[in-house]
Design a binder for this molecule. Sequence first.
Ligand SMILES: NC(=O)c1ccc[n+]([C@@H]2O[C@H](COP(=O)([O-])OP(=O)(O)OC[C@H]3O[C@@H](n4cnc5c(N)ncnc54)[C@H](O)[C@@H]3O)[C@@H](O)[C@H]2O)c1
Length: 399
Amino acid sequence: MKTMHKVPFERHETVRIGLIGAGGRGFGQLGELLACEGVAVTAVADIRPEAAERAAAAVIAAGQAPPAVFTGDTAWRQLIDSPLDLVYIATAWATHTPYAVAAMQAGKHAAVEVPAALTLEECWQLVETSEQTRRHCIMLENCCYDYWEMLTKRMVEAGMLGELVHAECAYIHDLRSELLRDQAEGLWRRQPHVDRNGNLYPTHGLGPVAQCLQIGDGDAFDYMVSMSSREAGLSAYRNRTVPADSPKRQEIYQSGDMNVSLLRTKLGRTIVLQHDVVTPRPYERLFLIAGTKGTFRDYPPRLFLDGVGHHAEWLSLESYKAAWEDPLWTNLGEIARKRGGHGGMDFIMNYRLIQTMREGLPPDMDVYDAADWSAPGPLSEQSVAQRSAAVDFPNFRRA
Ligand SMILES: NC(=O)c1ccc[n+]([C@@H]2O[C@H](COP(=O)([O-])OP(=O)(O)OC[C@H]3O[C@@H](n4cnc5c(N)ncnc54)[C@H](O)[C@@H]3O)[C@@H](O)[C@H]2O)c1
């Protein structure tokens, strides 16, 4: 089957978009899309009528024609079958692949929240459907568009850090109260902690690192090993905050609090990938990129360049911003920051998605990225279950 890598979109003067899932994330993303030029949100769907109506009202308030509104269990199917160019999926994890596959089979491009897939079979389904239908599947990995990630990628591409050898990344986000709520993510995001043990959310850390390492464009993930700590954080928090007679008190969480994976690439680079959403600590994604000439490390952002400055001290990035900032941030940073979605990266991501579709460019992130960056979910589970044995990455690109 012919690759979808670097395949351009057909040009769209106006991109007609249908949104499935207008909850916390979907409603936020809708606002970002409505702020982009050349977008018509023609349909919204949510199982909850009030969520779909709220989204429709936002479309109308932005000056657009009233969108088709679909609610109930078959809303997703009706939306996919309506006339549009891009199906934008912001539902719970389990529906990401099924809806993206259905959208592509109906002739639409699919943009899907993270992670795009939960199993290796789903990863393959996305790849094979995209190749067969010649429709793109873009995983909406917004962290690839954050300020420092984009700046670092430019430094890497210019050779500032030399030959890359190692990277570290993570999703460390205390979600305990969110996981135990009786609404929104609390309704579906805790169950994977009961059912699975591994890295449940690998893409925010891994996506930007994979782009710096040019995974799919010169290097490839080869194999990984993974280890989970014991579980303690979520159950302790639950026992402290949830009444003794709540059914939640019967849940047994399999997921270790900290999952650490080590990935090795075909070119011999190593990547540390962590996941922890249940211990009390500040948010971070680590984002360390190390090469023969220097290292970038975020949280807080800092740089070390061989032979520059004092040999034991990080450099401040202030004087590097002007030269290395991505032009998207230079040109759109003010509006992106004002909109505020995750510090501005949500706007930049959506702007780029629409820009590539309008101008007939290849997407920044394709179906192989969606599969590669989602795969450490199931692969980490396999490795953890086998006392951290090495597991191979599938060759989704068949390269
Ligand atoms: N990229 C990011 O920074 C980021 C941030 C938050 C959430 N997310 C992702 O976005 C997705 C949604 O998360 P959320 O926080 O909005 O969750 P949420 O529970 O607030 O919203 C999900 C919405 O989908 C609706 N829904 C559920 N099943 C549906 C179906 N079959 N058909 C139509 N609608 C359906 C629900 O009614 C709800 O309105 C998740 O995959 C999550 O991981 C990504």
